[in-house]
Write a new protein. Structure first.
Length: 166
């Protein structure tokens, strides 16, 4: 990597601080949403899984942001950690979807939600690979993954708080 390692990550410092704070706050709000509607959520296993995936998406952002804030972390090491953290979540999401199977009654919704999760997580995996191999655009992919993960998490939080009551 041609860029000075310290300045490369340093330029993203404020972004990662903001992402860590926002993801922690939203995870707290999801816990509140779940606690308000816990009776409805526990009776529908797919909603309980959706709540778990939502919290995990936000925890993913928090963990990656925290690791990125380590003083003078090498971008290649950061890339490896992004791969481990996001890869673990991706495996969890895919394994959960396979274990539950397709909801035949709501197939379109199931496919849509599964697709959204892939759209949110794949940029993180791509960013991790790019960083781990010395590429400079990896953090842009990570940022895109964060934005998409927030969108999915907010949509899920809305379902867990409002749509569940319809």
């Amino acid at each position: 990597m041609d860029v000075d390692t310290a300045s490369f990550i340093e330029g993203w410092h404020d972004f990662f601080v903001a992402e860590a704070g926002a993801s922690a706050a939203l995870a707290g709000l999801v816990f509140v949403a779940v606690s308000i509607n816990v009776a409805n959520i526990v009776h529908e296993p797919r909603l309980a899984t959706r709540a778990g995936v939502t919290v995990t998406l936000l925890l993913n952002i928090l963990l990656i942001s925290t690791v990125a804030l380590i003083s003078q972390i090498d971008p290649r090491i950061l890339g490896g950690l992004v791969l481990v953290i996001s890869g673990s979540l991706w495996i969890f999401v895919v394994a959960t979807a396979m274990r539950q199977g397709v909801d035949r009654e709501r197939k379109a919704q199931w496919v849509f939600h599964a697709g959204l999760l892939q759209v949110a997580l794949l940029p993180l995996l791509i960013g991790g690979v790019i960083l781990a191999t010395g590429g400079e655009t990896g953090l842009i992919w990570v940022a895109a993954g964060f934005v998409l993960s927030f969108c999915v998490a907010v949509l899920n939080a809305w379902v867990l708080l409002i749509e569940i009551l319809r």
